[in-house]
Design a binder for this molecule. Structure first.
Ligand code: NDP
Length: 416
């Protein structure tokens, strides 16, 4: 089925930007993981030669990756957990989503400890880190080809506005089809929260097990980073339903950007701090760790409270928890919060997320590379902010300008 080209404005630098991302994203994942290795972790000590190709592939990793993927897919298809409806689509339909990702998380963590109890050695994951990253990368590129091809078989109104430019590489990267579904699985929804996100915590846990094996204990810094990551993921999965109103689900098609991000970028880059703390143990005083923990708690409180406040307001503006807040009523009748967390700045949830991101890196001490995540995340959220701002400007027109005057700060109150 052919479709009219709809994409009006281009993101990520248009076609050249998409080409750069398609080639550059894996280079970043592998580059950082190769530079930050067990011997050194510094941009001034780049290994002078690449490991042999055999270090990037083996069958054990293929079995682990697909076994893990299948395990998550089976849980996602089980008729347990509540079914929630997504936001209305262009055709007025609301898709059902089975939310049981938190159960998947609990089963995965329990499964990890059961396997250890039964004598399985989690070192196999640590030792195969690079080949596992390779399989995840190859799989996300191949799956994106499938997604791109199948997007030509669906009706026009099932395509994402942003990924329908007619330029193959651009649409392949951004994603054409909004909600690709296969049997019981919504592919985007499944990949967003399960194999990569829970996989990230599994990698951290394997690093803890490796530390215990090598050093007879799990260093406090590594335990703290693992706790932060696990807490963040558990929180996202506990509030799984909230993802149904995010840009990724509502606005973006499913293409390489999300597939690679979900399956390779998140698990194999976000665990860098934990791997660093395993391979380069840091000694910290208890009060210092306590300050880091406090920073995480402050970040989490801002992140969770602001996200929940907006979700509650969108679900039911008359709920007692949000009824007292000041609002701006737009021409469309839809209201925008102008007090509470959302009166402090236009994206308080990003502020909280950034504070947490920083607290994940602090246990790595004064080493630059483990700070990749908060630095990159700042760039991502500033870019995401401008994408969302642009979308809201289109949606609300002059009312959005009025709203921006009422809430002038973007992410950091009194600063930006
Ligand atoms: P948001 O949850 O911030 O949602 C943005 C939408 O909220 C807008 O499009 C608008 O939609 C609505 N909105 C904006 N201002 C107001 C207001 N004043 N009152 C009511 N509604 C308003 O979007 P994201 O998906 O970007 O972020 C969700 C969370 O995910 C954040 O906490 C973010 O930090 C996190 N995140 C994490 C990433 C990671 O890699 N760890 C990556 C990306 C995001 P409408 O008016 O149509 O409802």
């Amino acid at each position: 089925m052919t479709s009219k080209k709809k994409t009006q404005s281009y993101e990520f630098g248009g076609v050249p930007g998409a080409c750069a991302m398609v080639c550059g994203l894996p280079l970043t994942v592998f580059g950082l993981n190769l530079i930050c290795n067990s011997k050194s972790c510094s941009i001034f000590l780049i290994p002078d030669q690449l490991p042999p190709l055999s270090d990037f592939f083996n069958w054990t990793s293929v079995y682990i990756f697909f076994g893990w993927f299948a395990f998550q897919a089976v849980i996602a298809a089980l008729p347990i957990g509540q079914v929630h409806l997504g936001l209305p689509l262009k055709n007025g339909q609301r898709l059902p989503y089975r939310c049981n990702a938190f159960i998947a998380f609990v089963l995965s963590v329990c499964g990890f400890f059961v396997l250890i109890y039964q004598g399985y050695d989690p070192s196999v994951v640590y030792e195969n880190f690079l080949p596992l990253a390779s399989i995840a990368t190859v799989f996300s590129y191949v799956m994106s080809c499938y997604l791109y091809l199948r997007s030509h078989t669906v009706p026009e109104n099932e395509l994402a506005e942003g990924g329908n430019s007619g330029y193959i590489i651009y649409d392949y990267f951004i994603g054409r089809e909004l909600n690709p579904r296969l049997g019981p699985w919504d592919l985007k929804f499944f990949c967003e929260l399960r194999p990569g996100l829970i996989g990230w915590v599994m990698l951290d846990l394997c690093f803890c097990a490796e530390a215990y094996k090598q050093q007879g204990e799990v260093p406090a810094a590594l335990a703290l980073v693992t706790f932060f990551h696990a807490f963040y993921v558990a929180d996202a999965l506990w509030f799984e339903e909230a993802i149904l109103t995010t840009m990724d689900i509502v606005h973006d098609g499913f293409g390489l950007m999300l597939a690679f991000g979900d399956l390779a970028w998140v698990p194999f880059l976000y665990c860098l701090q934990a791997r660093f703390c395993l391979e380069h143990p840091q000694s910290w005083s208890t009060p210092a760790l306590f300050v880091i923990l406090l920073m995480h708690l402050v970040g989490y409180t801002i992140f969770r409270k602001s996200n929940s406040q907006k979700n509650q307001f969108r679900k039911n503006p008359d709920d007692v928890s949000v009824k007292h807040l000041q609002t701006l009523t737009t021409v469309s009748g839809r209201k925008l919060l102008t007090s509470g967390w959302w009166g402090m700045c236009r994206h308080p949830n990003y502020l909280g997320d950034l504070l947490m991101a920083l607290s994940w890196s602090l246990p790595s001490g004064a080493n630059l590379l483990p700070y990749f995540y908060p630095i990159y995340f700042l760039g991502l959220l500033v870019h995401r902010f401008s994408r969302d701002d642009h979308n809201c400007q289109k949606k609300y027109g002059a009312d959005w300008v009025k709203y921006c005057k009422l809430v002038p700060y973007k992410i950091f109150p009194y600063i930006y």
